[in-house]
Design a protein around this ligand. Structure first.
Ligand SMILES: [Zn+2]
Ligand SMILES: [Zn+2]
Length: 280
């Protein structure tokens, strides 16, 4: 399971951090998780071919997780895609996308298989194939928002690796049954501990709360993401999360991680003359 961070910032795409998007490769099955503005650029930069992405899962419809989707679908069409795309997203996403394309006179020349999420408790299986299972669970935010628990279906390995993505959410112990025992637990970490009141008001996590959740959930490794643009140097967030949980990694755009191995990562380098390459 290889995870590529396409965007690790919160709300504003500023500096080195674009907004939320990740690509997960599970034995060749490729999954896009969230799709903020500019995600298609980050996909190209990381040499992940657009047309090999067949499944997109969206946590919620805030722009910093969703506004890249119309552009991504349009580019897939312009590059000649005919294979269908599966999109899993909270209820309303389909109307937004279909209305956008209808009113702007744009067209998508491939089928979209929609799976809209509309439940507020428990966990629902949203995808199952020979590579993995994906379950969605509701989390606590200002609009309907879902976390995702992705488990590798590799029984020959004797142990199935699990990745959990949980962004954006307020702190609650109610998350624990859904996020427990993850090999890699990705939690949002919008604010430092000093801004706990702001985190509560805006229904986000502080660094300390993210660390505490990882410890209570028995995770093997914690990945911090959704970093506020106010933290140009995120060491304080790592320190505060590490005070609660020992195995912390800070996400950075274009970082690549092997889930289940030691916390090693590498940054992808762009190809030469990348702008001239129609990498679809
Ligand atoms: Zn967000
Ligand atoms: Zn949000």
């Amino acid at each position: 399971m290889t995870l590529t961070i396409l965007g690790s910032g919160a709300a504003l795409p500023i500096g080195a951090r674009r907004c939320s998007a990740q690509a997960l490769n599970i034995g060749g099955f490729k999954l896009l998780i969230d799709c903020a503005e500019g995600t298609q650029d980050r996909i190209r930069y990381n040499h992940l071919r657009l047309q090999t992405l067949g499944t997109i899962i969206i946590s919620h419809l805030h722009g910093d997780h969703f506004f890249g989707l119309p552009g991504l679908l349009s580019t897939m069409h312009l590059c000649g895609r005919t294979d269908p795309v599966t999109i899993v997203a909270p209820r309303g996403a389909r109307q937004v996308i279909e209305t956008t394309f209808e009113l702007t006179g744009n067209h998508i020349g491939f089928d979209i298989e929609w799976h809209e999420l509309d439940f507020d408790q428990g966990m629902q299986r949203i995808l199952e194939n020979r590579r993995c299972t994906v379950d969605a669970f509701p989390i606590v935010h200002s609009v309907p928002t879902y976390g995702f628990r992705i488990t590798e279906a590799n029984r020959a390995a004797g142990r199935e690796r699990t990745y959990v993505y949980c962004c954006d959410t307020a702190y609650t112990d109610d998350l624990l049954p859904y996020i427990s025992g993850a090999d890699l637990l990705c939690l949002e970490c919008t604010f430092a501990n000093e801004l706990a009141d702001l985190a509560r008001d805006r229904q986000h996590l502080t660094a300390g709360q993210a660390g505490r959740l990882a410890a209570l959930a028995g995770a093997r490794q914690l990945l911090l993401t959704h970093i506020s643009a106010r933290y140009r140097e995120p060491e304080v967030l790592i320190e505060q999360a590490s005070a609660e949980f020992e195995n912390v990694v800070m996400a950075a755009d274009n970082m690549r991680l092997e889930i289940g191995s030691n916390p090693q990562s590498q940054e992808c380098q762009p190809k030469k003359n990348e702008a001239q390459q129609p990498d679809c």
